[in-house]
Design a protein around this ligand. Sequence first.
Ligand code: ADP
Ligand code: GLC
Length: 493
Amino acid sequence: MQNKLKILICASEAVPFAKTGGLADVVGTLPKELAKLGHDIRLVLPRYYMIDKEKYGLKEIPGAMGTPLGVVGEVWCGVFEGKLPDTDIPVYFIEHEGYFGRKGIYNDENGQGFMDNDNRFAFFSKACLQLCKKLDFYPDVIQANDWQTAAIPVFLNTDYRNDRLGKAASILTIHNMQYQGDFYEGLMDVLGIGWEHFNFLELEFDNKVNLLKGGIYHSTLLTTVSEGYAKEIQTSEYGWGLEGVVRERANDLYGILNGCDYEEWNPETDKYIAKNYSIKDLSGKKECKRDLQKAFNLPVKDDIPVFGIVSRMARQKGIDILAEAIYKLFDFNAQFVLLGDGEVWSHFYFGDAAHKLPDKMGCYFGYNNELAHKIEAGADFFLMPSRFEPCGLNQMYSLRYGTLPIVRATGGLNDTVENFNEKTWEGTGFKFNDLTAESLFDTVGWAVYTYYNNKNGMKRLIENAMKKRFTWEESAKKYVDVFELAIKKRKGL
Ligand code: ADP
Ligand code: GLC
């Protein structure tokens, strides 16, 4: 083994404790693989109100912890300790009633971002570092994830630079460039690191404080969640204004594809689906399809293609393109099932479509993990017409379940799905390039055609898809390589 590293992972969500998207899947799974590789790994999360202390057996670490937060002053909070389920990996929870003692992670019940998200996550980022001191745990490397913890590398280079903690290398992992944590300039006073850092290289962007930008500038090294996305965020199409800042650090940026949690997503053992199945015996998949059709009140038929969608309904996911195409897609002899939570208009729009054509489409709006599993197992195809997709996990789940992904060729989708080659029968799904309703329609049409008229081609595609693996083990090894490089760089070696 390489050196045993002391690693602290800081994030705003992780399964099973709190989740709004794929970030939680990654943060809840990567530590397990790092631990298997022999490293000392610990996780820090906010103790949101919905995280049940009893259920997870969280124990309070005695003594309140103080966190100096600029003009806000010393913020006192509690720290609870638990474990990542079925592991020995410590998870620390920062508890502060004012910041986290409410419903919701980032948004209120109406989907509005909390007004104090700037202070909440500036505080959390700082508290992660204070925690190290409290625990007398001095990590070799600290991984921050997305804008919510992007202030950590900034603090390490400023407040803590001359502290023992300041020796730690930092990694900022970008899961999504769209969300940058940009706030009014007064946040500088809360960060308390001095206004000299409010400049166009570090934290200032468009006259606002941009936490992601600060993190990109200050972190020892950067990663993002696919090789494709690592290239894309250096372009104006995908950089959301920060492409120049990313380009400045292009040599320090690594694309590491997320893995898929094959313990949770495995048709052979999945406890949520009607019948388990494997590549050797697909008969259970038929049962799952019937079960899915029933769950969505669709006519139960074996010989019609079912298209599944599980999505955080946001523009990123191309739901506007899907909305534009949906009534045309109904011309195909096919069924559609949609599980989604997100932009309110989309609930009304797709709900209305399903209401008008209940034989064609079924919708469920809200968050439902069991239903997500049923869709992966019961559908024939899985739709992801994303505008951009840093990695994407659902297409990986789909592959494992032999549910052929239909994706826009972007970011991680492009890296993980191979287009069907009708001559050689190679490939694992169907891809399109143009972000238009026409392209989506044509590609769905190609899939429908293949389903009805190229049964052997379909069979091969399903086999190819089910054999694909994107393991966390492989990704974790790549993270360790980057961590070691960062540690060397921080030491000036
Ligand atoms: P993103 O993080 O951009 O939303 P990913 O594909 O990385 O996209 O991850 C999405 C994760 O959230 C997957 O685990 C997916 O199954 C899950 N998910 C998304 N929407 C829902 C929903 N409405 N119900 C259940 N699971 C969902
Ligand atoms: C983000 C991205 C998604 C990625 C996930 C985990 O939410 O939108 O593509 O899979 O983070 O890295």
